[in-house]
Design a protein around this ligand. Structure first.
Ligand code: AHR
Length: 351
């Protein structure tokens, strides 16, 4: 109840002091458990997670469960929404009913959020968005995640430099997109297409593999039937799709990777797939960092201390390549390193 009052005071533009509003004492700081010193018990956090479609998602869920633990002063209510937007909206409404102190949402799709976020605001519950973005409402306290368009642009800029270095004059690409309506899909698609259009490349086809291995395999099987011999690049918008695409290409007798006919690119850079980069099966992999939870913990501690967190926090990400011919790429005017994957690089991967 006291934390609810704190949340309400924040939503009223922090007009009153914590003490005047009956807050929980603001004892948390970056070195102490979030609920430490509170007479309210643990901080209740509801997390409406996208689902369990990918290795990336597993890492994201584990990170949240590790951070929002009892020993860190939290009580976590976790809902796996199984990639169903209706389930996700219901989960958020249930969190409101249950009187959560904070609600975390990783939005399956980027629209349709204003009504439920208004309900959270009316209930005085701060909402923290992670990973994917929302485009039709700004009624949330903070967002922590990736710049998906930058990831797509980086993929395009690397491909441009790589093709030039190898003397590849024509790019005929097949794209396996992520889930339709997800900001991760929209950003990566837009970013890559921007470079493809600028460079005059052909995107032969672009279909959703739903961020799953089965989806990636199914789309690649149909691509191999429709476009065999016509493509020299496959862009998979996540690692699990890349796994499925490799299975399909193996079955169709299409060679890929460093020694193959097709340049294979992935996103996420989960450790087993960075290993595949080192092995030369995947030519390049553009990281999507799943470790938002520790930053959300910091945001909650700031709110508990009556501080105003940053509205947008970007996670840091790296780009990995199998070969060391391209050392850097320039994305949006900024020079960024292409990390050549060695055993040392692989060993240092946290997930
Ligand atoms: O929103 C992040 C994306 O969702 C990851 O790239 C993908 O693996 C996940 O399912």
């Amino acid at each position: 109840m006291k934390k609810k009052l704190l949340a309400l005071s924040l939503s009223l533009a922090m007009a009153f002091s914590l003490a005047a509003c009956g807050g929980n004492g603001g004892t948390a700081n970056s070195n102490t458990p979030a609920g430490d010193g509170s007479d309210d018990g643990p901080i209740q956090v509801g997390f409406a997670q996208v689902g369990h479609e990918s290795d990336w998602r597993t890492a994201s869920t584990k990170s949240a469960q590790d951070v929002f633990s009892e020993e860190n002063g939290y009580e976590l209510s976790f809902v796996d929404c199984d990639n169903d937007s209706a389930v996700q909206l219901d989960a958020v409404r249930n969190f409101i009913q249950q009187g959560m102190d904070y609600i975390i949402i990783d939005p399956i799709v980027d629209t349709g959020w204003d009504a439920v976020l208004t309900e959270c605001e009316d209930a005085g519950i701060p909402v923290i968005i992670i990973d994917r973005t929302i485009t039709d409402s700004d009624k949330y306290t903070a967002w922590v995640g990736s710049d998906f368009k930058v990831e797509g642009l980086a993929c395009g800029e690397w491909l441009k430099a790589f093709a030039a270095d190898k003397g590849i004059e024509e790019i005929n690409a097949l794209v396996i997109e992520g889930s339709t309506g997800a900001s991760a899909t929209i950003g990566r698609t837009d970013g890559f297409k921007e470079i493809a259009d600028r460079e005059g490349w052909t995107i032969l086809d672009s279909q959703s593999g739903d961020f799953t291995e089965a989806g990636g395999q199914e789309v690649m099987e149909s691509y191999c039937q429709s476009y065999k011999g016509q493509f020299n690049v496959v862009i998979c918008q996540n690692d699990n799709e890349a796994a499925g695409a490799m299975t399909a290409m193996d079955a169709a007798g299409v060679s890929y990777g460093v020694d193959g006919d097709v340049i294979l690119v992935s996103f996420d850079a989960n450790k087993p797939y960075v290993q595949l980069v080192m092995d030369g099966k995947i030519n390049a992999n553009f990281e999507c960092n799943p470790m938002a939870a520790p930053m959300v913990d910091e945001i909650i501690k700031q709110l508990e201390n009556n501080e105003t967190p940053e509205k947008e926090v970007y996670v840091t990400e790296s780009w990995f390549a199998a070969e060391d011919n391209i050392k850097t790429i320039t994305v949006n005017g900024e020079e960024q390193e292409m990390v050549h994957v060695t055993q040392e690089v692989l060993d240092a991967r946290p997930y």
